[in-house]
Design a binder for this molecule. Structure first.
Ligand code: MAN
Length: 527
């Protein structure tokens, strides 16, 4: 190589390295290192050796942006793609500045709207920062306007929420007083009932031997067999894991057993239907559990209706002999039996037989039966009001403990239900209650989850609600639903999808989240 050739070659190398080192030189005065913001210029001083930003190495300044990676943190190559872990700064004047991975530099793809990342790839990138910036600013204005408008409603929700919490508090005080009174009344009625039943039992003693035995007939046997096979079928259906026993957990996934219709099948409810056992096998199911379950099942299937409905419709009051009474009565009776009052059981047994046998009692005995019946009814009424008050107190306590947001802004939504319909299903979301799905072609509600907790992350706790423990999918998990909340002028269920089988995602807009003081990840950037 001649001296001239060498000179040309050196000049070329210098010009290339200079072009990699320097970026746009505004007004040809300031030396701007490519790939860093101006604020970081003091860390890249051409008249000093360069200290890698992690402090790991000191290198001659000529090795900055020389397309060779020296620093472990990639800080010597902000303007080239030499380091796999470096970042390149696009100023994007007119829009948002951003960092991109330095491996994107000169890769033939326009990443920065000011086109600065593609200075050496030959790719022609347009600088469209002004246009994009304008659009983004408009978008941000719209968002701010929405937050401002929504915030007005949010303020109303806050005052309503606070009012509700106060109301719950005063109702609770009152209910607790009512409850103490109701417990006293129940005790009093229980004493009266026990006394009346003692008299009734004594009076009925003399009629005991007069009760006719039921002779078994062939027809009766056949009918029994049919019934048993029906029961067995139902057993198999309830035994969803095919283990040969029905457990509390298996009953808890079925709305049929939500006796008090509060949206949850409680342990108490499940135990009731399993005759107070944790699990039952087929024999136990036939012998005991079935008599508790059957009336509820028939009720659900519309085979018979609760008493009050019957009365309204003027129907007769015939009832199958051995099954427990339907609906409310049955539940109350079950609870009574749980109380282990043997006298009551015996008297209730008498009562059934009295009705079945059609025996004519003498006047005095009949009067004692009537008296005991009234006493039993009075006791049941008193017992019901105690349990109703207990339920009401429990529900209020739950509401008082519930997290309704920093300013109680979500409290007015408690108990409100919202619907969304897609091509196949009608979805319902009852806030702080449960989420359900119903096929448009009919059938019953499938529970997609019960309210569990707030599940938002990154300081945005109230942006997600988790509903779980829904109806178990065939061979799969229990259904669950995540509700993703965002600021909107009205409370509305916007969409429902099922991204994973039996895991649902609902999008819900609410003014409760239109808080101008909350930093959203977007509004923080300078535009
Ligand atoms: C039903 C619906 C669906 C769900 C399937 C799972 O059809 O609840 O959403 O994916 O059951 O078997």
């Amino acid at each position: 190589m001649t001296m001239i050739d060498r000179g040309v070659c050196l000049a070329f190398v210098l010009s290339v390295s200079l072009s990699m080192l320097l970026g746009h030189v505004a007004g040809a005065k300031v030396l701007q290192i490519r790939g860093i913001p101006t604020a970081k210029n003091p860390l890249y001083s051409p008249d000093q050796d360069f200290q890698c930003l992690d402090g790991s190495l000191l290198i001659p300044f000529s090795r900055v942006n020389d397309d060779y990676c020296d620093c472990a943190d990639g800080s010597d190559e902000p303007g080239t793609s030499a380091c796999t872990n470096g970042s390149f700064y696009c100023e994007n004047s007119g829009h948002k500045a951003r960092y991109i991975p330095s491996t994107w530099v000169n890769d033939g793809i326009c990443d920065c709207c000011d086109a600065t990342d593609e200075y050496g790839s030959g790719k022609e990138c347009a600088n469209n920062c002004n246009e994009l910036g304008r659009e983004a600013r408009l978008e941000q204005q719209k968002t701010e306007e929405l937050v401002r408008e929504g915030n007005k409603i949010r303020t109303e929700m806050i005052s309503k929420g606070k009012q509700l919490k106060n109301d719950y508090q005063s109702s609770l005080v009152k209910l607790r007083v009512d409850y103490s009174e109701a417990v006293l009344v129940k005790k009093e009625k229980e004493v009266l009932k026990n006394q009346a039943e003692e008299r009734e039992t004594a009076a009925l003693e003399k009629y005991k031997s007069a009760e006719p035995e039921q002779p078994a007939t062939e027809e009766g046997e056949e009918e029994k067999e049919i019934q048993e096979s029906e029961i067995e079928d139902y057993f198999k259906m309830l035994d969803s894991d095919g283990s040969g026993t029905i457990t509390i957990m298996e009953l808890k996934t079925r709305v049929t057993f939500d006796k008090d219709r509060d949206g949850v099948v409680s342990d108490e409810e499940a135990l009731y239907f399993l005759n107070n056992q944790e699990e039952v096998n087929l024999q136990e199911f036939m012998d005991s559990a079935w008599s508790y379950i059957k009336p509820f099942l028939m009720l659900e299937q519309g085979v018979f209706k609760p008493d009050d409905q019957k009365e309204e419709e003027g129907e007769s009051h015939e009832q199958e002999g051995e099954d427990h009474e339907q609906g409310e009565e049955l539940w109350e009776q079950g609870k009574e039996e749980d109380d282990n009052s043997e006298g009551e059981e015996a008297a209730a047994g008498h009562q059934e037989k009295v009705e079945e046998s059609g025996i004519q009692y003498d006047e005095e005995t009949q009067a004692l039966i009537d008296e005991a019946t009234t006493a039993r009814e009075n006791f049941q009424t008193a017992e019901k009001s105690v349990s109703d008050l207990q339920t009401a107190i429990r529900k209020l306590e739950e509401k008082l403990d519930r997290d309704y947001g920093a300013d109680q802004e979500f409290a007015p939504l408690d108990g409100e239900c919202f619907e969304y319909t897609d091509l196949e299903y009608i979805y319902t979301l009852c806030m702080f209650g449960r989420a359900t799905q119903r096929s448009k072609s009919g059938g019953s509600d499938i529970i997609l989850g019960h309210w569990n907790e707030w599940a938002g992350t990154d300081g945005q706790k109230y942006s997600k609600m988790k509903y779980d423990r829904g109806l178990t999918c065939w061979n799969g998990p229990a259904r669950s639903t995540m509700v993703s909340l965002s600021c909107g002028k009205e409370n509305k269920l916007i969409s429902v999808t099922e991204p994973m089988r039996c895991e649902y995602l609902m999008e819900f807009s609410t003014p409760a989240l239109c808080n101008p003081n909350l930093e959203s990840s977007d509004t923080h950037d300078e535009l």
